[in-house]
Design a protein around this ligand. Structure first.
Ligand SMILES: Cc1cc2nc3c(=O)[nH]c(=O)nc-3n(C[C@H](O)[C@H](O)[C@H](O)COP(=O)(O)OP(=O)(O)OC[C@H]3O[C@@H](n4cnc5c(N)ncnc54)[C@H](O)[C@@H]3O)c2cc1C
Length: 533
């Protein structure tokens, strides 16, 4: 049958199966689903270069016959079980129950304010919230290109985490104080949600990190011991027995920290937007800012003049004039399953709202949602050439497949479930992978971001710090070591693209190699070196 279909094209050739499972080739390999082949057994695979028949064994080696053709590529996600209402993109799954918000009124004339904030994600909204509560008379205006929560704040994995972005060393000795403020910020977010009546499915259930290879286990132990040097005690982070909090297949070592809460990201950002509007802040939606300069935020519909202009655009910053190389827009992608039955949760022992991460270089993150699904995320396609961002969260099929495969590898018992939604978003990564907050007292320009995937909590700390900086107050927050940090820009293209893609490719190969080695692969160290990770 296969032969008839591919008659007239170049002859098929054989490749050892192990070659195709190598991580360098793996992205091009698509498992097209278990299917009875004409001889009654085997699995049909597809690659970008052809369709494969998987049934040859010579001695100990399994070979794959490749029929050169691109038709098989079409079937590439055929084996990922998608729910009947499966959605790709449409911002994120987190808006599915409430519906993607219709943007409110845009700016329609020039305006004067005391503070204008560009971007209505967590950073912009927390800043507006704390400013207005501190000085109710302040005229605060927020400008948002789409709707409040359109960016990463409405798409993330819902880890309200106490972890700092980047390494403690880079913040200097005072990193201990910053770390404590991060832990306290989790409770601050929870307290504000209670005060403002924001129901964001928040549960402070802690975070479990698993290591599934000997080298990951070694890294996990090393990270827990080095955390001690930064004042992170046994109560903050400790090694636990594998399976103590939840059972992930193949776990060799695990750690536990209470400093993390599960949150439904969109409910948090929308609740915050409501609270901010309630305090008298106007959020102009559908209003893209095309240029920021001292005292001015310019849009196609009018210019807002203000003493302070705060940039809260994180992963989108590269699109602003003059800021293309400031923070790299890194993609992160997620899938969410259908709700899983109680028997599943009993089997894996995931009884609470613990967040789950791992120690792979190409790491994953997951949460158990309030309605008993697994929301599972990872890197996907890390970066788009020229610092482009995706379209409303649309995600490449290869990413869906890779995430699904990894999810099943973690939880084989989820095999009977299916993928209900996939989406992606961008987060901001500075050249040294550490966050910054700053207000220039002379120009009145300010910003916060570069959270490198740790923004859910950090944005709250940023909002309170920006408040103090804008109001010109010297406080405990304004002397934290991330305030006013200067970081060099990313390289121009194509170096940026090559560097990031080389790094993640090396990480994938390193993860693969580490399955059979006790220490971190030299490839991963080299990847860290070239990108300053
Ligand atoms: C898939 C994914 C998973 C993640 N998981 C986690 C996690 O579990 N925990 C964690 O801590 N962090 C996570 N992050 C990162 C975290 O979500 C972000 O760091 C955080 O939301 C950043 O908030 P922000 O307000 O600074 O930026 P954003 O939420 O991106 O908001 C920026 C806003 O600015 C608007 N904007 C941009 N440019 C302009 C312009 N020119 N004019 C007007 N408006 C503009 C955008 O539309 C957007 O609404 C994740 C990110 C992604 C993408």
């Amino acid at each position: 049958m296969l032969r008839t279909r591919y008659a007239g094209v170049p002859a098929p050739f054989l490749l050892p199966e192990s070659h195709l499972l190598h991580p360098v080739l793996e992205p091009f390999v698509r498992r097209a689903g278990m299917r009875e082949n004409p001889r009654g057994r085997g699995e049909r695979l597809s690659v970008a270069i052809g369709t494969m028949d998987h049934e040859f064994r010579r001695g100990m080696r399994r070979y794959i016959r490749i029929y050169p053709d691109i038709a098989g590529y079409e079937a590439m996600t055929a084996h990922v079980p998608l729910s009947s209402g499966f959605v790709n993109g449409d911002v994120s799954f987190w808006y599915r129950s409430s519906g993607v918000p219709s943007p409110g009124p845009r700016l329609d004339a020039d305006l004067e304010a005391d503070v204008v904030i560009v971007g209505a994600g967590y950073t912009g909204l927390w800043t507006a919230y704390y400013l207005k509560r501190a000085r109710p008379s302040l005229r605060v205006v927020v400008l948002e290109q789409e709707f409040a929560g359109f960016g990463a704040s409405g798409r993330n994995g819902g880890w309200l985490t106490g972890d700092l972005a980047g390494s403690h060393e880079r913040y200097g000795q005072d990193a201990r104080r910053l770390q404590r403020e991060m832990y306290a910020s989790i409770d601050e977010v929870i307290a504000v949600c209670e005060r403002e009546g924001i129901d964001a499915d928040l549960v402070k259930g802690g975070v479990v990190t698993v290591a599934r290879t000997p080298s990951q286990a070694a890294r996990l132990r090393a990270s827990v011991s080095s955390a001690r040097a930064w004042g992170i005690g046994e109560d903050d982070l400790r090694l636990v027995e594998p399976g103590e909090h939840l059972r992930v297949a193949g776990t060799l070592a695990a750690s536990w920290s209470p400093h993390c809460a599960r949150v439904q990201p969109a409910k948090l950002v929308q609740g915050l937007a409501r609270a901010v509007r309630g305090l008298g802040v106007t959020i102009h939606e559908r209003t893209p800012v095309t240029e920021i300069s001292p005292g001015r935020a310019i849009t196609p519909y009018g210019t807002v003049t203000a003493r302070h202009v705060i940039r809260a655009t994180e992963g989108f910053t590269a699109r602003l004039k003059g800021l293309r190389r400031q923070w790299l827009p890194m993609n992160s992608s997620m899938i969410v399953t259908e709700p899983l039955p109680p028997s599943f949760w009993d089997e894996v022992g995931w009884q609470g709202a613990e967040l789950l991460g791992d120690m792979a270089h190409y790491y994953m993150y997951a949460q158990r949602t309030a309605d008993d699904r697994i929301a599972f995320g990872g890197r996907g396609r890390p970066y788009l050439y020229g610092s482009r961002v995706d379209t409303r969260g649309h995600t490449h099929e290869w990413t869906v497949e890779a995430l699904w495969r990894l999810l099943l590898d973690f939880f084989p018992a989820a095999r009977s479930s299916s993928v209900a939604h996939t989406w992606s978003g961008v987060l901001g990564v500075p050249r040294d992978w550490c966050s910054t907050v700053h207000v220039d007292p002379v120009t009145g320009l300010g910003w916060a971001g570069g959270y490198t995937g740790h923004g859910v909590t950090t944005a709250n700390l940023a909002g309170r710090t920006l408040r103090d900086l804008v109001l010109g107050e010297r406080t405990e927050l304004t002397s934290l070591p991330w305030v006013g940090r200067k970081v060099r820009a990313w390289e121009p293209e194509p170096l940026r693209w090559l560097g990031v893609h080389a790094m993640y490719r090396l990480y994938r190969v390193a993860d693969h190699r580490e399955r059979s080695m006790p220490r971190t692969s030299a490839l991963a160290r080299f990847a860290d070196l070239i990108t300053g990770h």
